[in-house]
Design a protein around this ligand. Structure first.
Ligand SMILES: Cc1ncc(COP(=O)(O)O)c(C=O)c1O
Length: 352
C-alpha cells in the first residue's frame, strides 16, 4: 500500500521497534519498584524524559509522561483550567476542544479581542492536524502573558515538523504525542512550566510527581525515546517533503480540487476538496486502489458530519468540509509513492 496518512500515525522504524522489543524483554517490571527489575524499567523511562527535555530545551522534572497525545492534551487543558472558562478555537483537535467543560470557541485571530481577565486558560494548537497551518504561538504567548492568563499549546503535530524550543516560547504547558513522530501511540508527554499548579486527571498514586498516577508502559516510553533520536533527521527531511507534497497537491488541483490551505503551513500535508465527492466515499475508493488517505482527523473517520476544521475556516462554502481529502507525508514517503498516489487519484477521480 501507499501510506499517506502520517498526520494520523507514523510507521515505527526498525530502531523504534527494537527499542520496544528490548524493553518488553528487559524492562517489563513496574518502574516504581525499588529492585533491579524495577530500576531497569525506570532507567528506560528516565532516558526518554531526559532526551525529550533536551530536544525541548526544558528541565526533565517538568515533563509529565502520559499514554499518548490525547491524555497529554486532556491533562493540560483540564489540569490548568480546573473548571474555569477556556478560550479555545473551533479548529482545535477534539482532544483539546472536548476537554474544556466551559469554553469560548473562537478563531485564533480573535484571541486579543475575546480574552477576558476572568478566563482560566487559553488552549490553542501549534500546527493544525488537517491543514498543517502553523499558528503564531509566540504571539499567543505574548498576549496571554500580558493578560495574565496561562496558555496551553497542543504541539502534537509540531514536534518533528518544526523546531520546538519551549524555553523561548513563553507558554505555560505544551502537549506532545509520540505517534506523530515515529513513536508508538501509547506514549506522550506534557511539559508544564515550573511552579504552575496542575490538577491531575488520573489519580491513585504518586507517579510523575503526583501529576499523573498509574504505572507507565516502559516499553512504549522507550519507543518514544528511540523515535526522538531521529528528530534531527525528520527536521532535515522537511524540504524534500515539501517538494513531494507540492507535486501531489498540483496533481489534485489539476484533477479539479481546490486547496484548503493556509499561508503558513508545515511541509507534510496537503488538504484539498473535490467538489461533488463525499470524503468518506473518496477515501474508501482510494483505499480499494491501495492508497491510505483520510478525510481529516483519524478519530473522526467514519463520521459523516464533515470536517469541523474546514467548516470553521470556510463557513460560506460548506461543501469543502464534506469533500475534503487529507494526504500527509513522512520520512518514509518516497518519490515513487507520490507518483503512484497521483496515478491512483487520477484513476479514481477520472473514473467518476
Ligand atoms: C493536533 C493533535 N492533537 C492531539 C492529538 C491526539 O494525539 P493521540 O493520537 O496521540 O492521542 C492529535 C492526533 O491526531 C493531533 O493531531
Amino acid at each position: 500500500v501507499i501510506y499517506l496518512d502520517h498526520h494520523a500515525a507514523t510507521p515505527l522504524s526498525e530502531r523504534v521497534q527494537a527499542a520496544i522489543a528490548d524493553a518488553h524483554r528487559e524492562a517489563w517490571a513496574n518502574a516504581s519498584s525499588a529492585h533491579a527489575a524495577g530500576r531497569a524499567a525506570r532507567a528506560r523511562i528516565e532516558h526518554t524524559r531526559r532526551a525529550l527535555a533536551t530536544h525541548l530545551n526544558v528541565q526533565p522534572a517538568d515533563l509529565v509522561l502520559t499514554a499518548g497525545g490525547t491524555e497529554a492534551c486532556n491533562l493540560g487543558v483540564q489540569g490548568l483550567a480546573r473548571g474555569g472558562r477556556v478560550v479555545t478555537a473551533a479548529t482545535e483537535h477534539p482532544a483539546v476542544l472536548e476537554a474544556a467543560h466551559d469554553r469560548a470557541v473562537i478563531l485564533p485571530d480573535a484571541l486579543e479581542e475575546l480574552l477576558q481577565p476572568e478566563d482560566a486558560l487559553v488552549a490553542l494548537q501549534w500546527v493544525n492536524h488537517e491543514t498543517g497551518a502553523i499558528a503564531p504561538v509566540e504571539q499567543y504567548a505574548r498576549i496571554c502573558r500580558e493578560r495574565g492568563v496561562p496558555l496551553f499549546v497542543d504541539a502534537c503535530q509540531a514536534l518533528g515538523k518544526l523546531p520546538v524550543d519551549l524555553a523561548s516560547l513563553g507558554a505555560s504547558a505544551v502537549a506532545f504525542g509520540a505517534s506523530k513522530l515515529g513513536g508508538p501511540a501509547s506514549a506522550g508527554a506534557l511539559w508544564v512550566e515550573r511552579g504552575r499548579q496542575l490538577e491531575p486527571r488520573i489519580v491513585g498514586g504518586p507517579q510523575e510527581r503526583g501529576r499523573r498516577a498509574g504505572t507507565l508502559d516502559a516499553a512504549a516510553v522507550a519507543g518514544f525515546g528511540a523515535a526522538l533520536e531521529a528528530l534531527p533527521t525528520r527536521l532535515a527531511d522537511q524540504a524534500r517533503l515539501a517538494t513531494l507534497r507540492d507535486r501531489l497537491e498540483h496533481a489534485c488541483l489539476a484533477l479539479g480540487a481546490v486547496a484548503n490551505h493556509p499561508h503558513a503551513r508545515v511541509a507534510t500535508v496537503t488538504n484539498v476538496s473535490f467538489q461533488g465527492w463525499r470524503s468518506e466515499i473518496l477515501v474508501a475508493a482510494l483505499d480499494v486502489e491501495g492508497l491510505c488517505a483520510s478525510a481529516g482527523a483519524a478519530c473522526s473517520s467514519g463520521v459523516t458530519t464533515g470536517s469541523p476544521v474546514l467548516a470553521a475556516l470556510y463557513p460560506h462554502e460548506p461543501w469543502r468540509a464534506h469533500s475534503a481529502l487529507r494526504l500527509s507525508l513522512g520520512p518514509e514517503t518516497t518519490e515513487e509513492d507520490v507518483v503512484r498516489a497521483i496515478a491512483v487519484l487520477t484513476k479514481v477521480i477520472r473514473r467518476a
